[in-house]
Write a protein that binds this ligand. Structure first.
Ligand code: GLN
Length: 253
């Protein structure tokens, strides 16, 4: 089984390394015909406008759309999520070409500029249920998008609190003081829909391999057999039972 990683721009090297760490062969994809030899595809984070221009230049869009339609698993991280969305807001003027397929509306730079990039502990009960390990996952958000709306067939796997506005409230009793509190709302940051997985953050930059492992277990939408790891020296269950050092950042090879 080979997993393609779209290698036009962005964090494709980091995804290749994350796959290697769990014993899976990654194949860098730069040409349409290379998609014929892979069983699943990861579209990495990076800069979606640039990636779209490069994909357009290499005439990759028709093959990428066909790949999604075959029902083979496809995972978009960050810019990859934007690529997979049916609708995106906040795009550069004139818009940009998307692959589509994922029934959602994405806001491209929802969390702000590069300087507003952040890390946060996400609650990921569904991931923990299917892959073991803790209920939390360290989300690395780099000029990250967020999912604003999802269609009925889309399963939400993680959301994230966002301070939307700051309100002033009167604290009662003796101190007649005003206090400022932030009103929190949640936005969706990880979803699954049939053969598609999408995360607004970057699991490939952490040593927690559960999102990769979840992706590898996704079935082809036609109900074919599950993708399997080729080999792995450390099983996921060992990894998640604390036999390895705790997950940490950064992971670069
Ligand atoms: N918001 C970026 C874009 O528009 C994506 C950022 C990322 O992939 N880290 O492409």
């Amino acid at each position: 089984m080979a997993v393609g990683v779209l290698a036009l721009q962005g964090s494709f090297n980091e995804h290749m390394a994350a796959l290697r760490r769990i014993g899976v062969k990654g194949v860098e994809i730069r040409k349409a015909e290379q998609l014929e030899d892979v069983d699943a595809l990861i579209i990495p984070g990076g800069e979606s406008t640039t990636m779209a221009k490069l994909a357009h230049y290499h005439n990759l869009f028709p093959a990428l759309r066909d790949f999604v339609k075959t029902g083979k698993p496809v995972w978009g991280t960050c810019a990859g999520l934007i690529f997979l969305a049916n609708k995106a807001t906040g795009q550069k003027s004139g818009g940009q070409e998307l692959i589509g397929g994922l029934d959602c509306l994405v806001n491209r730079n929802f969390f702000g500029s590069q300087l507003q990039s952040f890390e946060t502990e996400l609650s990921v009960p569904k991931l923990a249920e299917e892959e073991g390990g803790p209920n939390g996952f360290r989300g690395v958000f780099i000029r990250a998008p967020a999912i604003l709306e999802v269609g009925p067939g889309v399963e939400v796997l993680a959301d994230c609190p966002v301070p939307l506005e700051t309100k002033k409230t009167m604290i009662p009793v003796d101190n007649d003081q005003e206090e400022t509190i932030a009103t929190l709302e949640r936005v969706i940051v990880a979803v699954r829909q049939g053969n598609l997985l999408a995360t607004a953050f970057h699991p490939e930059l952490t040593s927690d391999s559960r999102w990769h492992s979840l992706f590898l277990k996704m079935k082809k939408d036609t109900g074919e057999k599950r993708l399997q790891c080729i080999s792995t020296s450390v099983t996921d269950s060992e990894n998640h039972r604390g036999k390895l050092p705790p997950y940490d950042l950064p992971i670069y090879e």
